[in-house]
Structures are given as C-alpha cells and as structure tokens.
Design a protein around this ligand. Structure first.
Ligand code: 6PG
Length: 268
C-alpha cells in the first residue's frame, strides 16, 4: 500500500492549534469550491474542535458557506438537544452562526436504533458524495486517550478489515477487490466503551477516502496515545486511529506541545 507518512504540526497551545486548524479548513474550502463548486466537510465531535468551529464562525475566511456540505464523522444516539449530541455541539459553535444551507447540513439521525440510523446515513452519504469520485474534501478527526477516532474503538470489527491484505483470514476477499458500491460507509456501534454507548460512525474506508484528513489532539492525557499512533507498530485493533492511512489523501496531525511531549521524532 502506498501510504505517505503523516505531516505533524505542533503548536504551543490549544488556541494556536485551533487557529491553524481554522486556517487549513478555510484554505481547503476555498480550493474545493474553486475546483469542484462545493466543499464536502466531515465534522468531528468531541471537545477538541470546539474552538476551531468558533473561529470559523467568528472570523471572515472567504468561505462561501452555502456551498459547503456538512457531514458528521460520528454521532452519539441521544436527542439533538442533549449536551452529549455532536450535532448540538456543531450547531452551537458553528452552524447557528454562518449562512449554511439547511439542505446541505446532514446530521446523523438519532430518533431510532443505531442500525436504522446507520442505514439511513449510509443512504444519505451516497446521495451527497459523487459516485464517480466519492471523496470528502476534508475529514476532521479527534482521538481519545485509547487511540479511538470517530466512534471506532479498540477491538472494533471494522478494524479487522484494516489489516494488511496478506494477513487477512483465509477466504476473506481483499479490500482492493471491492468497489465503492460494496463497501460500507457507516455502521452502528452498540457498545462503545466511552459513553454514550450507542453510536453511529463512519467507517475507516470512507474516512480514508478523504482528500485531506486533519487530526486535532491536545492535552497531557493524550500523550501515550499520540506516541502509540505515530511512533509504534501497534495494530489498528489496538490503536484504531492507525487505520487512518489513505492511499492518496493527505493526513496532517495538529498537536499541542502537551500532547506531543513524548514524540521522539517531532519537528521541534
Ligand atoms: C466522539 C468523537 C470522538 C472524539 C474523541 C476525542 O463523538 O466522541 O468524535 O472520536 O473525537 O473522543 O474527544 P475529545 O476531543 O473530547 O477529547
């Protein structure tokens, strides 16, 4: 597999990181809109991107928001007004403050079972993505202290499929033989170790279609996971974010100094 080493950018603190993240999102948006007429933006949940979203909303970045399609990396199965809702967080920090087109905002449904929500979102993703080139322009991700990303947790069956093809169990068709139509883009999660336990997540397959992937990580509690993700041979089943290795997209990690503290190859 042709996998470029990720870019690692380290900022002094979470505020500096949010500024750099917002600058990169804006640049990617302007470029995508100029090239393809729209920007397909996958938003991350969790706490880390809040500042970035607020900056995007507060400052003038030259983004034509009506041409942005907003998708979600994952969602917790709680009502949209629940404090744990990723959609609520994104609405409060970003969507409520910009002229986004309601028909271009695609939250994951939560008023049903995770399986129904994943099936509905799978269909929605296939409507939004261009079937000839089903690639989000930018995927924003966070990482938990256990190395999870989106709602892909250690031990997830999704990660089995991310093993090198040579080590796949006998009889399992290699991923390279599967087409976009056969791949799953979104799946239910019934027992996430981090509450809320019921969730829906995009798959590594879809995340890896991103033209650009930005991973935002801050804080002391992520030190070990950052080292395991970037400087170990851990299997994706142990450190799920290691499944994020696109064949042609670009992955950039934006870290603050605290999270990057134990990296030995950091560009200090
Ligand atoms: C979620 C996520 C998850 C998150 C990480 C980091 O909905 O829980 O999308 O993958 O990004 O757990 O979360 P923090 O930014 O809150 O540390």
């Amino acid at each position: 597999m042709n996998r470029r080493a990720p870019e690692i950018w380290i900022g002094d603190d979470p505020a500096t990181l949010a500024r750099e993240g917002a600058r990169r999102v804006a640049e990617a948006a302007r470029r995508a809109i100029a090239a393809r007429g729209r920007f397909v933006f996958v938003l991350s949940g969790g706490n880390t991107p809040r500042r970035l979203y607020r900056l995007l909303a507060a400052e003038e970045h030259g983004i034509d928001w009506r041409r942005v399609e907003f998708l979600f990396s994952d969602e917790r199965m709680v009502p949209y007004d629940d404090p744990e809702s990723n959609y609520r967080m994104v609405r409060e920090t970003l969507l409520d403050h910009i002229p986004a087109a309601p028909e271009h905002t695609h939250p994951i449904p939560t008023d049903c079972s995770p399986a129904e929500a994943a099936a509905a979102y799978e269909a929605e993703l296939r409507r939004v993505l261009d079937p000839k080139e089903p690639r989000p322009d930018l995927v924003l991700l966070g990482m938990g202290a256990d190395g999870h990303t989106a709602s892909i947790f250690p031990g997830s069956p999704l990660l089995e499929e991310c093993r090198d093809e040579e080590t796949l169990p006998e009889g399992r068709p290699p991923r390279s033989s599967r087409s976009y139509r056969e791949e799953r883009l979104c799946v239910p999660v019934e027992d996430a170790p981090k509450p809320p336990h019921k969730r829906v997540t995009l798959t590594p397959y879809l995340i890896n279609q991103g033209r650009q992937i930005l991973v935002l990580v801050t804080g002391e509690d992520k030190v070990a996971a950052v080292s395991a993700a970037l400087e170990s041979d851990a299997e994706p089943s142990e450190i799920p974010i290691r499944a994020i290795a696109p064949e042609s997209g670009v992955v950039s990690w934006l870290l603050d100094r605290k999270a990057a503290r134990a990296l030995t190859n950091a560009p200090w």
